[in-house]
Design a protein around this ligand. Sequence first.
Ligand SMILES: [Zn+2]
Ligand SMILES: [Zn+2]
Length: 270
Amino acid sequence: MEFYKSFFLTHPSSVQILIFGALITSLWLAEGLILAIPVGKKWRHTFTNMLFIVTALPVQLFMTMFVLLEAAWISQNHLGLLQQLPRHQSILIKYVVGFIMLDFCKYLYHVIMHKVGVLWKFHLVHHTDQKLDVSTTVREHPGETFVRMCFLMLWIAITGASFELLLLRQTIQTVSNITSHTQFRLSDGVDKWVGLIFITPNIHHVHHHYQLPYTDCNYGDVLSIWDRLFGTYGKLKPDDTVFGIDTHPDTNVCKSFIKVLQIPFVSKRV
Ligand SMILES: [Zn+2]
Ligand SMILES: [Zn+2]
């Protein structure tokens, strides 16, 4: 037991990659089998998205070293908002309040990525997928990976998130991100209740609609409460939802890994 505990605590990236890989593979297979999508067609789409792992993963792993060093230093010096709260050693403050704080930070990050022109050029790569499925989760420009990790370091400095909280958060976040990109949708009845608190596929699919104002709604990461609180919650029927982004409608560009990688350096938001 001690071995597993110490492994999970010393190999956070390995654990995430393991969970990520197992979940994404099983959901990918389920999408193909249950929704009867031809394997060849699905594989071509997935292959383009999987290439983004090759460029983003080294950045993610490199930056993780700094994130872990920072989290250790912050904890040792009792810095950050969480440390200032009464009973800050309790599980409620350390994990529950900490998780909610970090989720709000991620919401804020997503809004910033949409509203700041230069950052949007990198984030829109995620939105160029015209066929949303579980593989869209990994469609992230390495430039955004770098920016996301820099912001994470800022959130750690502000909140004082511990290493254990970050590990818990990353694990739940990864599962949530993967499931919110699947082609499976919840029934309206279930979505009505689950979506009150959590981001569901039904909610995140609206964020991937190709036109404003829907692209600029449902920014939530794990919790949907921030969109409801700050008026960015949006609904759209599945039949009216068209995936992609209107500024980059060319399917040949969106299907090409190299061309999509170049988007931040050659295009402007219309
Ligand atoms: Zn977005
Ligand atoms: Zn997405």
